[in-house]
Design a protein around this ligand. Sequence first.
Ligand SMILES: [Zn+2]
Length: 193
Amino acid sequence: MIITEISKLQTLCEEVSSIEEGEEIGAQLLKELTETKSGIGLAANQVGINKRVCVINVKEPIVLINPKIIETSEETFVFPEGCLSFPNKHIRTTRFVEVTVEADNHEGQLSFSAESEDINDAFECACIQHEIDHLDGITMFDREIQKPEPFKREGKKIGRNDKVLIASGTESKTIKYKKALPLLEDGWTLVEA
Ligand SMILES: [Zn+2]
């Protein structure tokens, strides 16, 4: 059973004391993940085990025991994200383009990068950040991209041919103000002029 109450997912997980204990939990998580059919990652606290073990399965199954993100890029990217604990929620998050991870059951470091021709690399890179977040009691909602603040005109007059940035939901575009006017009446927001 996958836990869906957010309050139960907001606790910090404890390190496992041995690789064996971690591998047992990892095997259980991979089994649960396979049963979901559509899932690409699962953290132990999502099945009620508050231990630092998570699994991802984008390109291949990876078990991570006591994982830590030890380095991240400054650059971030926007990712359309879901979570097995919140099956009907789809949000946009901000994730690091590159992360370096260490885990007790992997020698050396594991590197994940979203900068790749293969879209699966971006999924894997976001997924690993999502799962390690779970172990820290952080859910995807804590990473949700902030909606742009509506632009305040402060007396500035916008010319009909001035370019403006407008946004609606997940879309944004820069167009001439005169072309933006009907859209602004249609629910778009003026972000920048
Ligand atoms: Zn999740």
